[in-house]
Design a protein around this ligand. Structure first.
Ligand code: GMT
Length: 375
């Protein structure tokens, strides 16, 4: 197949899923054309069968606001025509699904057609998409897509109820490379972070408000009353300064280690003990899956699709978002009970391998492509 993939090229989970999917499909011999305003960050090296088409954004002075969605449509049309694409798969509805719809309409003028598949990832449905300035367009572009997938049952239900959409939505979850994300001993790194054998809590995100990163620092504060511990914060974004300020205010600046954006996540996760995800909204929780695959129990909030991933009292614990006391109690319980910790750690890895391994999920996308192409 010749497939166009559009995604955000930045550090967000939707871009990661889209890029890893493209790489997997390319390795199976499909021709993949990424269309975006920058090279997706996980595409740093040459990969056979993968091509990148950059969308140029006009900076004409009359346009006070950038018109990315429109430039994207034109680029999609160009790539569809000249690369003879079979379908366009867009990740994150805004504005990608609307851009693809426009490209399809332009193509129809030439009596040609292209199938559009939209994958819904999270805040495109649960947050931004609900803003009055976007809602009608999101509803329309979902309805007009030839195929729609959602990354969890929760997100599928939310889409149907929030947008009153009467359309079949296929649930295809996030996936993981279990060979890359696996438990390995990283003694050097561990010693460097926790020289006195402190326990290591870890959190990875883009530090947006919905991630509630300050809660991880409050959890550390409570955990430290019982157990010597450190907190690794990986990633960057709008809430980082607030987190740095909070760490200083709570006199935890030596125990909260800001690593910024990192590529060697598997190493960092494997060296840690518990993964924290206190999000206010989370449709799937890809970084929690990465941690589970490295054998880490997860303590998270109970929002969105998290209960579908993190089986409570089996691979981790879930609590109401904002309830840092309960989350810290759960963390302490895990860290003080070796038998329980080892069982959760083993089951985390097993769950990642059994249900979310890439070779189980990528074929689901391929089967869905076939279904839509034949529809
Ligand atoms: O929806 C977003 O906030 C953006 C998106 C991203 O690009 O990071 O994240 C979502 O997609 C991920 C991949 O499918 C999911 O694992 C995340 O749970 C989801 N984020 C939210 O729902 C907040």
């Amino acid at each position: 197949m010749r497939i166009g993939i559009t995604c955000y090229p930045t550090y967000g989970g939707s871009g990661v899923v889209a890029t890893e999917l493209g790489k997997e499909l390319a390795s199976k011999g499909h021709q993949i054309h990424f269309i975006s305003y920058a090279l997706p960050h996980r595409l740093a090296h040459f990969v056979e069968n993968i091509y990148f088409h950059e969308v140029e954004i006009s900076s004409y002075p009359l346009f006070e606001h950038q018109l990315y969605g429109l430039s994207l449509s034109s680029k999609m049309l160009e790539v569809i025509e000249y690369e003879n694409l079979d379908l366009i798969h867009v990740h994150y509805a805004i504005p990608h699904a609307a851009s693809a719809y426009l490209a399809k309409q332009m193509l129809k003028k030439q009596s040609k057609d292209i199938k559009i598949i939209t994958t819904l990832h999270g805040t495109d449905i649960t947050l931004v998409g609900l803003e009055p300035s976007f809602l009608p367009l999101v509803k329309f572009s979902i309805e007009e897509s030839d195929g729609v997938t959602a990354v969890s049952r929760f997100l599928k239900e939310k889409t149907i109820t929030n947008y009153h959409i009467d359309k079949e939505i296929e649930v295809i979850t996030n996936f993981i490379d279990i060979e890359k994300y696996k438990p390995v001993c990283h003694e050097e790194f561990k010693k460097h972070i926790a020289p006195n054998n402190e326990k290591i809590l870890v959190h990875v995100s883009n530090f947006r408000r919905v991630k509630r990163v300050p809660d991880t620092i409050r959890i550390l504060e409570l955990v430290k009353k019982e157990i010597p511990a450190k907190l690794l914060l990986v990633g960057d974004g709008p809430d980082r300064s607030e987190c740095e300020r909070l760490a200083r205010e709570l006199q935890l600046e030596k125990d909260v280690i800001f690593l910024g954006k990192q590529d060697g996540l598997a190493e960092i996760l494997s060296a840690s003990d518990v993964f924290l995800m206190p999000s206010q909204s989370e449709s799937f929780g890809l970084s929690a899956l990465e941690a589970m695959s490295c054998g880490l129990p997860v303590v998270s909030s109970s929002v969105g699709g998290l209960p579908e991933l993190i089986l409570h009292n089996e691979v981790g614990f879930i609590a109401e978002f904002g309830d840092v006391e309960r989350m810290s109690k759960y963390t302490i319980e895990l860290l003080q009970n070796e038998k329980k910790y080892n069982s959760f750690s083993k089951k985390s890895r097993e769950r990642a391998v059994k249900y979310f391994e890439k070779d189980k999920i990528v074929p689901q996308y391929l089967a869905y492509y076939e279904k839509i192409l034949n529809s």
